[in-house]
Design a protein. Structure first.
Length: 427
């Protein structure tokens, strides 16, 4: 266990974080553009906190290592101390990390999420005008996606074609489950993978999404799945999600699964009336949607999408597609959270951008907006608002980094440092 003065470490009681006025926040600057965007985000956060609380609050940043810098200094890419510090301090900020492409290489990002059991990937998507967008009305995008972070095909249980593992599994199917064996088109040359999706794993993420919707006064939670094809994994996710809504939030939500039953039993008119009453009472509508339709809907009618919750791979694809609607990965914030332990790592969602690293060209908005999520998570909303407003105003003056400027008319292209200086001025 890493030791700090307890007065300055964020603590957790009954899953709720308790934030002192001068918390120690570990930061991991990451590889590539990581140090540049981290410097920018920390300067902006420090200025906003000082301004919002007249110097009575501040963050004590503590650097932790991972990735190339860690390897150089400690001989390992993910030192135990880094994990321990995140565990001790509960809330941290992280830049992007390189994932080497060597065989069997462990993704540091996945390792961090696994070690801390950060089961919820929280990805809000909102438009800051006049960021470049392929949509006619990007201002209609205001979506919050909860992606399950610990299960699904990301469990990494795979067997390469022709190996002993694949052969043993195929033999099991051939002898024990011939109907399944018959479904494999080319058994001799197939690689195989497992997709575990559990009741607990599904329900804890759906619970988090519903709790967020209630707290943020959102209108609906959509359970996104591919249950039409994968009945037990994706279909299970949907059904277990509805169970949570109906059993644990029966007063605050209205389940569209129950709505269908009501419609079948009492008729469409009675069901429509019940839905109308629930909406008027401000209940959160819990519905489901097949994930490919959700992609279409998000692009064609983003105003229909509110809080979304889905399995790991669906969420991976959809979160980046949503980011593209409002300017891309350079501005998309994210966090990985365990709402039960309070542990949370806020991170830039883009990668290390090796093509522009060290050139003062990186867009720091993804990490800055992730820091805004962190401030809100800590309850420091005044500081979060200051950062968000300064960013909106700077954008409104058409001051942007080159990734945005190249896609906009009449934009003023700023380096990372210049853009950061403008944000600091506004704060
Ligand atoms: P990338 O996100 O690093 O780059 C893709 C493109 O977006 C590049 O043209 C890059 O210049 C641009 N870009 C990314 N961030 C930007 C920013 N802040 N400002 C302006 N332009 C930006 O993705 P890529 O090239 O696939 O991956 C590079 C490395 O990053 C890989 O090792 C990958 O594993 C890692 N990675 C790490 C992530 C994380 O730590 N969360 C997430 C994604 C990738």
């Amino acid at each position: 266990m890493v030791q700090f003065s307890t007065a300055q470490t964020i603590t957790v009681q009954n899953g709720k974080i308790i934030v002192p006025d001068h918390p120690i926040i570990p930061f991991l600057e990451g590889d590539g553009v990581g140090p540049e965007v981290m410097r920018s985000a920390q300067q902006v956060v420090d200025a906003a906190v000082a301004k919002a609380y007249n110097g009575n609050r501040s963050i004590e940043w503590k650097e932790v290592l991972a990735g190339q810098k860690a390897e150089k200094l400690t001989g390992t890419t993910l030192p135990e101390e880094t994990l321990n510090t995140f565990k001790t301090c509960h809330v941290g900020l992280k830049g992007p990390l390189n994932t080497s492409v060597g065989e069997g290489a462990r993704s540091l990002n996945v390792a961090l999420r696994k070690e801390l059991d950060l089961y919820a990937n929280f990805r809000p998507t909102k438009y800051y005008a006049p960021a470049p967008s392929p949509l006619l009305h990007p201002e209609r995008v205001d979506v919050v996606l909860f992606r399950e972070n610990t299960e699904d095909v990301y469990s990494g249980i795979e067997f390469a074609a022709g190996t002993d593992g694949a052969r043993a599994l195929l033999e099991f199917f051939r002898t024990q489950s011939p109907e399944n064996y018959a479904r494999i088109r080319f058994p001799e040359t197939s690689a195989l993978g497992l997709k575990p999706v559990s009741v607990e794993g599904s329900q804890r993420i759906v619970r988090s999404a519903i709790e967020h919707a209630l707290k943020a006064k959102r209108k609906s939670v959509s359970l996104l799945h591919k249950g039409n094809i994968m009945k037990f994994t994706e279909g299970g996710f949907m059904n277990w999600g509805y169970d949570v809504a109906e059993k644990e939030f029966s007063v605050e939500t209205y389940s569209m699964r129950q709505h269908k039953t009501l419609s079948a039993e009492k008729g469409e008119e009675a069901a429509a009336e019940a839905l109308k009453i629930a909406k008027a009472a401000g209940k959160v509508i819990v519905k489901d949607m097949i994930v490919d339709a959700a992609f279409e809907r998000s692009i064609a009618h983003p105003e229909d999408m509110d809080v979304l919750v889905t399995t790991n791979l669906n969420g991976d694809y959809l979160s980046d597609a949503l980011a593209a609607l409002v300017g891309g990965l350079g501005i998309a914030p994210g966090a990985n959270i365990n709402y039960l332990t309070g542990d949370a790592i806020f991170e830039a969602v883009h990668g290390t951008a090796p093509d522009i690293a060290g050139k003062d060209l990186a867009n720091p908005c993804s990490l800055i907006l992730s820091s805004v999520l962190m401030l809100r998570y800590m309850g420091w909303t005044e500081a979060a608002d200051l950062v968000e407003n300064s960013l909106s105003q700077t954008f409104a003056g058409r001051n942007v980094t080159p990734d945005f400027a190249s896609q906009m008319d009449n934009a003023v292209s700023c380096s990372t440092t210049q853009f950061t200086a403008l944000l600091l001025q506004r704060i």
